[in-house]
Design a protein around this ligand. Structure first.
Ligand SMILES: [Zn+2]
Length: 302
């Protein structure tokens, strides 16, 4: 079912129009964020986003969903828009909900990621990650064959394709191999899981202090559109809300640490405070794990 006219205000008095609105792809929705730039949100299994940019020469795909079956749904959405070839596939980080659909895009010129993504998905650690995902009972997971990035970089990489310049920038935070993509001509940032919209982020592999630095780096770029790793794309408030969450988490945990509180005492104070402040967000059951990760990181630096 088509929902037209999804709009928001972003920046100083600038009206950003989401062109074309939203159309359905089974459980998922494909949002036309800008002309030629689409994000598939709310997918089945795990709600990780995939974004695709249609250039005059071909398509760039960012993240490939959680299974080949889910990736095939994305490909179907791409084919509704264009018959042009898939030129590049980019993984924003190693997590299976962003990489386990790679095999569907294996014929693209390259699968690109930070070097740590390939390292983590390679061999026994990749197998362990896939085995972990297989415990989640996600339909189609057994068909997953880990398909590694075949071009990797350390700090920065630029792709010039079909009239666009994509800047891929590494910033450790959500994992040790995150990248975000800045498309200056569209004033758009594709953030990967450095930003979740309306959902408590997964922090199982996180570096909290560096995550804050990464969010500040995102803030310093001139953008009007933020496409998160999970949740709907939006304007600057999407980034500001994520910063608000992580600053609150850090501040509240540090206060307990300074008062010599145990992890459990810290969780018992911080959990309800965050629950109240972010009560409209999903994944509130992850708060304890986030508090633990933060507590352990700052315990080491005290
Ligand atoms: Zn992730």
């Amino acid at each position: 079912m088509a929902v037209k006219g999804l709009r928001w205000l972003a920046g100083v008095g600038l009206l950003i129009i989401i062109l074309g609105g939203v159309c359905s792809a089974e459980g998922a929705k494909t949002v036309e964020v800008w002309k030629n730039l689409f994000t598939v949100i709310n997918g089945d299994g795990i709600d990780s986003n995939t974004t695709f940019l249609i250039t005059r020469d071909g398509v760039v795909v960012v993240d490939t969903r959680v299974t080949p079956m889910e990736a095939a749904k994305v490909l179907k959405e791409i084919r509704k828009q264009t018959d042009l070839p898939i030129l590049y596939t980019i993984n924003t980080h190693y997590h299976g909900d962003h990489t386990f659909g790679n095999q569907v895009f294996k014929d693209s010129r390259a699968i690109i990621a930070h070097e740590n993504v390939r390292k983590t998905l390679f061999g026994s650690s990749g197998k362990a990650h896939l085995d972990f995902f297989k415990t989640m009972n996600i339909p189609g997971m057994d068909e997953t064959v880990i398909t590694l990035p075949n071009i990797v970089f350390k700090e920065k990489m630029e792709i010039f394709v079909g009239g666009y310049n994509l800047r891929l920038i590494h910033a450790r935070g959500h994992t040790d191999g995150d990248l975000f993509i800045y498309i200056e001509e569209l004033k758009t940032l594709i953030t990967g899981d450095l930003v979740f919209n309306g959902k408590i982020p997964y922090m199982g592999d996180a570096y909290v202090e560096e995550w804050i630095s990464a969010l500040n780096e995102l803030s310093n770029l001139d953008a009007e559109i933020y496409i998160p790793g999970h949740g709907a794309p939006g304007g600057k408030p999407v980034l500001l809300a994520m910063k608000d969450y992580i600053y609150n988490l850090k501040g509240m945990v540090l206060k307990q640490l300074e008062n010599g509180k145990s992890l459990k005492e810290t969780q018992d104070v911080v959990r309800p405070a965050l629950q109240e402040k972010f009560k409209t967000w999903k994944n509130l059951n992850w708060l304890d794990a986030n508090i633990k990760r933060t507590y352990l990181e700052y315990s080491l630096t005290q």
